[in-house]
Design a protein around this ligand. Structure first.
Ligand SMILES: NC(=O)c1ccc[n+]([C@@H]2O[C@H](COP(=O)([O-])OP(=O)(O)OC[C@H]3O[C@@H](n4cnc5c(N)ncnc54)[C@H](O)[C@@H]3O)[C@@H](O)[C@H]2O)c1
Length: 339
């Protein structure tokens, strides 16, 4: 595999595998191909993440610390969120983290939530970059914990202007997915309590203050699975479909108070969850088959979703509410095959 030619196309995405090995993915017409790349200097004066780095190790460092920056080297999206307080749930990693970093880069104060202590790392990263962030560890599937978190943020920072309901439970391991006739009560409850109840609890808690102040934006993370069901994931499919209609229900109730509620439905996006599940060499066939259904032929990056969130959070989308913004590389647009 020729490192330079990959880097020239800007298609190199170095990622660490669980065993610490670095792997680069190449998106080709045939799908996602893992490209094993030696650690050696990358070209100077380059425009992509890979090219900007001296070698793969520092390249990975740039990749993790530059969320919000366009991976194709274009100028990062800019909106004005100066003075806005944003609460992003499940922001300890993945899409939530990318959204939190992008909001902070655009001037917002970040209340970073996660059930996992990793949320503190996101808050620290924002503070290191000169932003304002505080970690609130809470389980959004617990109504009283969600209420308490929202009350704390409002007490400390006076308001919440933007809520992003991003936290979710997703069954990453393909071997732990079951057909409906074998689906466990425990999996059904575990997924719905976070992916649906969590959205309701946080929205209800934040909505009260937004309605009172007659201003606010709520962004819910649905999924393409909430639009076109995916096999063996019934609880997730149902929760994400419910998030679509919850978004519309909420939008029609609070529009008169100047509060906007929208959802983003991401397609397959490269995060820890999907990397474990199918964007790894062992599952290459699965990844290839999945990518063959995506017109753009590549998975989304967390930053692709963060850009959609920036738009929906900003005043540029002032007349947009009750909308489901699909960011899926064309996955749900139709079939990528001849009939
Ligand atoms: N990655 C994808 O391909 C994809 C596709 C479609 C939709 N989505 C949606 O985007 C959102 C983010 O996905 P991701 O891939 O970044 O997920 P992820 O699993 O990488 O991150 C989810 C975060 O939520 C946190 N979390 C889980 N349960 C929580 C709880 N009860 N309270 C608070 N935090 C909790 C986790 O600790 C984790 O940090 C989710 O809503 C997911 O369903 C993702």
């Amino acid at each position: 595999m020729d490192v330079l030619s990959n880097a020239e196309t800007g298609l190199l995405r170095p990622l660490p595998l669980p065993d610490g090995t670095l792997i680069a993915f190449e998106y080709t017409a045939k799908g996602l191909l893992p490209a094993w790349v030696p650690i050696e200097p990358m070209p100077e004066g380059s425009r992509t993440f890979a090219q900007r780095s001296k070698n793969l190790v520092s390249c990975w460092g740039s990749f993790t610390s530059c969320a919000g920056e366009a991976v194709n080297g274009e100028t990062p999206m800019k909106v004005d969120l100066e003075g806005r307080v944003a609460l992003v749930t499940g922001a300890g990693r993945g899409i939530g983290k990318a959204i939190a970093l992008a909001f902070a880069e655009n001037g917002a104060w970040l209340a970073v939530n996660d059930v996992n202590p990793s949320g503190e790392e996101t808050a620290q990263e924002i503070r290191r970059q000169g932003g304002n962030a505080k970690f609130h560890q809470a389980d959004v599937g617990d109504a009283s914990a969600a209420n308490e978190m929202v009350a704390t943020v409002e007490k400390e920072w006076g308001k919440i202007d933007i809520l992003v309901n991003n936290a979710a439970v997703y069954v990453a391991n393909l071997k732990e997915r079951y057909p409906i006739h074998e689906f466990l009560d425990s999996d059904w409850d575990r997924i719905l309590r976070v992916d649906l109840n969590g959205v309701f609890y946080c929205s209800r808690a934040v909505s009260a203050g937004m309605v009172k102040r007659r201003r606010g934006v709520i962004i819910n993370l649905s999924s393409v699975a909430g639009i076109v069901p995916l096999r063996l994931q019934v609880a997730y499919d149902v929760a994400k479909a419910a998030v679509v209609n919850f978004t519309r229900c909420h939008a029609v109730e609070v529009g008169a108070y100047g509060v906007r509620v929208n959802a983003i439905a991401p397609g397959s996006t490269l995060t820890d969850a999907t990397r474990q599940a199918f964007y790894n060499p062992a599952a290459k066939q699965f990844a290839d088959s999945l990518l063959s259904h995506i017109p753009l032929g590549r998975p989304g990056e967390p930053e692709d979703i963060a850009n959609a969130a920036l738009y929906l959070a900003s005043d540029e989308s002032n007349y947009v509410t009750g909308h489901i913004l699909v960011v899926d590389g064309g996955w749900t647009a139709g079939f990528v095959r001849d009939w």
